[in-house]
Design a protein around this ligand. Structure first.
Ligand SMILES: Cc1cc2nc3c(=O)[nH]c(=O)nc-3n(C[C@H](O)[C@H](O)[C@H](O)COP(=O)(O)OP(=O)(O)OC[C@H]3O[C@@H](n4cnc5c(N)ncnc54)[C@H](O)[C@@H]3O)c2cc1C
Length: 419
């Protein structure tokens, strides 16, 4: 079958891989001159299979208001870009802030995340991929006892979902992350996910694209997709800057831009761009650096170790499609890396970046079939698109192949929003 994969981020390239492996003739269409040039470019690098939480949770509306008053606020709303679409998406998200919705969404996210771990394990056995991969876990670090006590309900749902985790003492945090001994007064303990990993999503995607090419996948780079054409419940053409393209099946992997192309063909994708920032520091002193990911719970900033770099990521800014780099947003990342790992990286030569997380109101991705028979989705992965990339791609490929997927997929499809 001839398949067009729309978008060349980690979701699109991974989808192309699994489809090519199952014998399809695959073309990836990407507007940039490289794959992984947008949100998959410099994310925080966490493969956080266990540290997987929906944003919409009971208590979040109040917490968000408190955060917005803080100097190093993890959540910001830019009033200049607030519009009807923003308001509607936020209302949908607020509707997910109940105990019941949170538990359901968390289960769905954990299921696809855990599956992704297995799929990435399989893939790294199959291909010699170079992406600074480490498998040393994530520590969610707590600065005060009150916050650490408040994780009890989360522990229950982790136990229910069978996610390996351990509540660790101050000394155990240092045992796993020895550099934290230099700042031992800053934290009191942590929650550790030993199965989590880290890796550079951009390096991975570029490397996997090379394997895709070797497997016969065509890449149409520098090609803007203008619109989709639908007729009698099927996609009949894709209009691009390189002409009109047709195929037997089409997979939308356009990240935050997915609704712009899908909504006009008849159903609404509730995906909104949530801007985030990262800093990448050259490694200065190994002994002062993290070994894996340390997530500073108080500031919602992740500090992740690559081979010779440190990546610091965080901030959720509601700013529509504005991709301007706001210098003052460096502050939370600079503060946390300096506070927890002083002297580890070279802040003077750090690279500052921002990207748009393709967020759904319930935080779970949108994967699988749609009301249009030959149109499939692999998008809306929000904060965890790197973590979920391999499971999501294998899942959508199985659905296209009419194969029963390894995990329950119904709750991840767009139909949950079309009732
Ligand atoms: C600051 C930050 C930190 C993050 N940290 C983590 C993390 O630690 N772990 C994790 O798992 N996830 C993380 N994420 C989320 C993760 O990066 C994303 O979920 C993931 O990269 C989304 O991949 P994607 O392929 O769906 O989208 P993208 O990478 O954005 O790919 C979509 C592609 O579609 C192309 N495209 C769009 N419109 C068109 C068009 N009209 N024509 C042609 N091409 C088009 C774009 O150019 C782009 O290449 C983070 C995100 C941010 C912003």
């Amino acid at each position: 079958m001839k398949v067009l994969v729309l978008g060349g981020g980690v979701a699109g390239v991974s989808t192309a891989w699994y489809l090519a492996k199952s014998g399809h003739e695959v073309t990836v269409i990407e507007r940039s001159n490289s794959v992984a040039d947008e949100t998959s470019f410099a994310n925080a690098g966490m493969l956080s299979y266990g540290y997987t939480n929906p944003w919409a949770a009971p208590g979040v509306p109040l917490q968000a208001m408190k955060w917005m008053m803080q100097d190093l606020a993890p959540i910001l709303v830019s009033s200049s870009s607030f519009n009807v679409r923003t308001a509607s998406w936020m209302m949908q998200m607020l509707g997910q802030c109940t105990e019941e919705a949170y538990n359901l969404n968390k289960r769905r996210m954990l299921s696809i995340s855990e599956y992704s771990r297995t799929c990435l394990d399989d893939l790294t056995k199959e291909l010699p991929l170079d992406f600074d991969h480490r498998t040393k876990g994530t520590i969610e670090l707590f600065r005060d006892q009150e916050k650490m006590n408040s994780i009890e309900p989360d522990l229950a749902s982790l136990r229910d979902c069978g996610v390996e985790h351990e509540v660790i003492s101050h000394a155990e945090c240092i045992q796993h992350e020895p550099a934290l001994a230099n700042v031992s007064e800053k934290f009191i303990g942590g929650l550790r996910f030993p199965q989590d990993g880290t890796g550079d999503c951009k390096k991975f995607t570029i490397d996997l694209a090379e394997h895709c090419r070797a497997a016969g996948v065509q890449f149409m780079l520098d090609t803007e997709i203008h619109s989709l054409e639908a007729s009698s419940g099927k996609i009949t053409a894709v209009y691009t800057s390189a002409g009109v393209l047709t195929a037997d099946a089409y997979v939308v992997c356009l990240g935050s831009y997915s609704p712009l192309l899908v909504n006009p063909v008849g159903f609404k994708l509730p995906i909104y761009p949530i801007k985030g920032y990262s800093l990448t520091l050259p490694l200065l002193d190994e002994s002062k650096a993290p070994q894996s990911t340390v997530m500073d719970e108080a500031f919602k900033v992740a500090v992740t170790r690559f081979d010779d770099r440190i990546r610091v990521g965080g901030t959720a800014e509601i700013a529509h499609f504005d991709l301007s780099l706001k210098e003052k947003r460096r502050k939370p990342a600079e503060f946390v890396v300096n506070d927890l790992f002083p002297g580890a990286g070279d802040l003077n030569n750090a690279t500052f970046w921002c990207g748009l997380r393709p967020m759904t109101p319930d935080s779970a991705p949108i994967i699988g079939k749609t009301p249009i028979s030959n149109l499939y989705m692999n998008t809306g992965h929000g904060t965890l698109g790197w973590t979920m990339s391999q499971g999501s791609a294998r899942l959508v490929a199985d659905l296209i192949n009419n194969k029963t997927p390894d995990i329950e997929s119904e709750g991840l499809s767009v139909f949950r929003y079309l009732k």
